[in-house]
Design a protein around this ligand. Structure first.
Ligand SMILES: C[S@@+](CC[C@H](N)C(=O)[O-])C[C@H]1O[C@@H](n2cnc3c(N)ncnc32)[C@H](O)[C@@H]1O
Length: 299
């Protein structure tokens, strides 16, 4: 297995909040390259179970190879984690001791030009996490068919981009002459709409916004949080790592509501946990990571 597939972020922190123990059942909702999952399985030393989800068949294959050595302790599910309770019940699992979500895309997905996630490499405007999945739309469809107002809303809400209107206007004008096909086409149009020295940040925000829309990332997270608690055993823990303020806000508000209003969770991270200076230096992706954790109260 290619060890550079993805370097797991905040690994020590994940283990110290999740506290995996032998005999327990754990769910990694976002397997990626399987780095976090491998560390969880190492800590339970083969005595227990890990169910891993990923909607990307390529990630599932890579994680499967990495976790092969754990044999029957591992169950892989190639589905969206928003179907979490349903998928677990199908495996005859009704309660778990810990859940991890490490949101967003892996370095491998970002670095593969064929997936179209990065404005730094030319590739088709795809951006689907589970590419090939039936019924999913892609970046091409968003950029070439959405109305100007819709594009503007997506850029404003999911990219928190202040030039949303100008960029949406420019896309609609340019695509009338020639549809945008590649990441380079889109980047060129964004550059035409807003130049200047902060263009790389603008491009990152616009690409993030389209990716969130294509994959319904915020919807998946909200649906997951709204349905996961009945599956978490009393004393069980949930750990979520987010990479943008939109996801982090959803997680923060959910934990707060469950802890303070419903009394189902105990908040374990009063302040959000971020990567150490050393990890940030060694791994660029760690710079935007925000971890929050909570424990299911014993009724
Ligand atoms: C940041 S990576 C996880 C990296 C992993 N923790 C590791 O150690 O390698 C996120 C992964 O989650 C997957 N993913 C994102 N949203 C998902 C969803 N709604 N359902 C299933 N998988 C999802 C992506 O395909 C990607 O492989």
């Amino acid at each position: 297995m290619d060890r550079t597939y993805h370097t797991p972020v905040l690994l020590d922190e994940v283990l110290s909040f999740l506290r995996p123990r032998a005999g327990g059942t754990y769910v990694d909702c976002t397997l990626g390259g399987g780095g976090h999952a491998e560390a969880i399985l190492d800590s339970i030393s083969g005595k227990g179970r890990l169910v891993g989800f990923d909607r990307d068949p390529d990630a599932l294959r890579a994680a499967g190879e990495r976790l092969e050595k754990f044999g029957g302790s591992v169950e892989l599910v190639g589905r969206n984690f928003d179907a979490f309770p349903h998928s677990l019940r199908k495996l005859n699992i009704h309660e778990v001791d810990g859940i991890l979500l490490d949101l967003g895309v892996s370095s491998h997905q970002l670095d593969d030009p064929g997936r179209g996630f990065s404005f730094q490499q030319e590739g088709p405007l795809d951006m689907r996490m589970g590419s090939g999945a039936a019924g999913t739309h892609d970046g091409l469809e968003v950029v070439n068919t959405y109305a100007e107002e819709e594009l503007k809303r997506i850029f404003r809400e999911y990219g928190e981009e202040r030039h949303s209107g100008r960029i949406a206007w420019r896309i609609v004008r340019e695509r009338a002459d020639r549809p945008l096909r590649t990441t380079a086409d889109l980047a060129a149009v964004v550059r035409k709409a807003v130049g200047g020295r902060f263009i790389l940040k603008t491009l990152a925000r616009i690409f993030q916004a389209i990716r969130i829309e294509v994959n319904d990332e915020l919807g998946n997270l909200s649906r997951f949080l709204g349905s996961c608690l009945p599956m978490l055993a009393p004393g069980g823990r949930i750990v979520v790592i987010s990479y943008n303020s939109l996801e982090d806000r959803i997680v923060k508000n959910w934990i707060r509501e469950e802890a303070k209003v419903r009394g189902t969770l105990t908040m374990l991270t009063k302040k959000v946990v971020v990567a150490s200076g050393r990890e940030r230096d060694e791994n660029r992706r760690a710079r935007s990571a925000k971890l929050r954790a909570a424990e299911r109260r014993i009724p």
